[in-house]
Design a protein around this ligand. Structure first.
Ligand code: CS2
Length: 473
């Protein structure tokens, strides 16, 4: 045990080798998947300790290392807060510092699952089609160099090591908000593997497993105020704190090639086909989140809770669910979508969760296709009006211009930010025409739909003329 640690972190990390390597050790995984795995081990045993990997920076490792890899997850409910110390991590590797060490960790015989939360853009795919973007700078690098930078590159090179060492592959468990996330990741990995070594691609296709999953828990970025709140509550400071809402859900296709923790014992839903769950969650929760983020930000609201507390936006999101999103969904077995919408409304309103509209607004080019544009395309094909979602797309175009309604700059974070900023024109119809050149974002069905182009131009016109709040009203 290390001297000087707060007593509640005093622990001897397990000596058992890790069973899981997790790529992308952000707050979300530490407040969601890691807790389920810890609980499954407590319930049913198994060596499923987690080796975390940060693909970009050393911050998380540096905050966790002095605490013996333990951290607090603080649940923030409308009626109070509950801290929990999570000790399932066995170490953290920082990929840019030592990519070889990451490959060796992934190729260890004990590892049976590699899970991922690397955000939408981490898959280096084309959001509108789901296919590998072979021109992505990290993919070009990974094609030439044996030590990768990208998540797909690490998966392919680690699987190659395992094949060469006659070890079985691990299950690849994608935990990001992509539609058919396992299927998409399998496609990306196989495409990349085929460009490197076709026989490797065949081996992965035959022996590997890429179950799709639906993950859900609202986990806003930790703030200095959260650190102070925990200290006031427990007397201890935890620089690696994560905060989360009470609700959680994980739906997983039960297709693992090398075993799994007893996830069913701790409330994970193991299913044959995750598609209806994932459509429901991506379109109802994340679709509404993105719509509220762009419109709410433009209207001057800092958080989702503040946005839905504004009656205009509270009514707007209800109408989105009822009139535009639910009609296009097939409910998962046993789920009532109206009740799901009620539960979402309560989760969004939780005042203890300060989830910034700016945070959710990030990476819209990677999020809009599966969250909003698919629903619009299906609605239009079925002859349903989708004015609320169309207005949300208009708000995104306004947002990524980089100037808000008062002309103040917006800090736009998006891998396509420069291209998006250049779409703006003082004539809304021109802006929309420019946007229709974004083949990576807008599906062909919408780019070719003159009615959609007209409705989007009208919505943007209204937004510019009246401002976001009045346009929503
Ligand atoms: C949010 C999600 O940041 C975002 O884009 O919509 O992180 C959302 O909070 C989670 O998917 C909830 O499960």
């Amino acid at each position: 045990m290390e001297a000087g640690l707060p007593a509640r972190f005093n622990r001897t990390p397990s000596k058992a080798p890790a069973g899981i390597v997790h790529l992308g050790l952000g707050a979300f995984f530490r407040a969601h998947g890691a807790i389920y795995v810890a609980e499954a081990m407590a319930a049913s045993g198994g060596d499923w300790g987690i080796m975390g990997v940060s693909l970009q920076s050393a911050g998380t490792r540096d905050r966790l290392a002095p605490q013996g890899w333990a951290y607090t997850a603080l649940e923030l409910g409308p009626e109070g807060e509950t801290p929990q110390v999570v000790t399932v991590l066995q170490g953290v590797l920082v990929a840019p510092e030592d990519p070889q060490a990451v490959l060796e960790a992934m190729a260890a015989p004990s590892v049976r699952i590699v899970s991922l939360t690397v955000t939408e853009k981490g898959y280096c795919h084309e959001p509108s089609t789901g296919r590998l973007n072979a021109d992505h700078p990290d993919i070009r690098h990974d094609l030439d160099q044996p030590l990768p930078k990208s998540a797909p590159g690490f998966l392919v090179r680690a699987l190659a090591l395992r094949r060469d060492r006659r070890l079985p592959p691990f299950t690849v468990l994608c935990c990001d908000n992509l539609p058919g996330n396992g299927r998409v990741l399998r496609g990306v990995v196989l495409e990349l593997a085929r460009l490197i070594d076709p026989a490797l691609a065949d081996w992965i296709a035959a022996e590997g497993a890429f179950p799709s999953t639906m993950v859900d828990r609202i986990v806003p970025a930790t703030t200095p105020a959260d650190l102070d709140r925990l200290e006031a509550l427990t007397g201890a400071r935890d620089e690696a704190l994560v905060v989360h809402e009470p609700f959680r859900q994980w739906v997983v296709e039960d297709r693992f090639c090398a075993g799994r923790p007893d996830l069913g014992a701790v409330g994970v839903q193991l299913v044959e086909d995750v598609t209806p769950f994932e459509h429901m969650k991506l379109r109802m929760l994340n679709g509404a989140h993105s719509a509220l983020a762009y419109l709410g930000y433009l209207a001057g609201h800092r958080t989702i809770a503040d946005t839905v507390a504004d009656p205009v936006f509270g009514a707007y999101v209800r109408r989105l669910w009822q009139d535009e999103i639910i009609p296009a969904l097939t409910p998962p077995p046993g789920v009532d979508l109206a009740a799901y919408a009620d539960a979402l409304a309560a989760r969004f309103a939780n005042p203890a969760i300060r989830h910034r509209t700016w945070q959710i607004a990030m990476d819209g080019s990677q999020k809009l296709p599966q969250r909003i544009l698919g629903t619009i395309a299906e609605g239009r094909a079925a002859g349903r009006a989708v004015p609320g979602l169309t207005l949300a797309v208009a708000a995104w175009l306004r947002y990524v211009s980089g100037r808000d309604e008062a002309g103040a700059p917006i800090d736009v974070r998006d891998p396509m930010a420069a291209r998006l900023a250049a779409l703006w024109n003082d004539d809304p119809a021109r802006t929309v025409q420019n946007a229709m050149t974004l083949e990576q974002v807008f599906p062909q069905a919408l780019r070719r739909d003159a009615g959609f182009v007209r409705d989007l131009s009208d919505a943007l016109h209204r937004l510019v003329e009246r401002g976001a709040r009045a346009a929503v009203a």
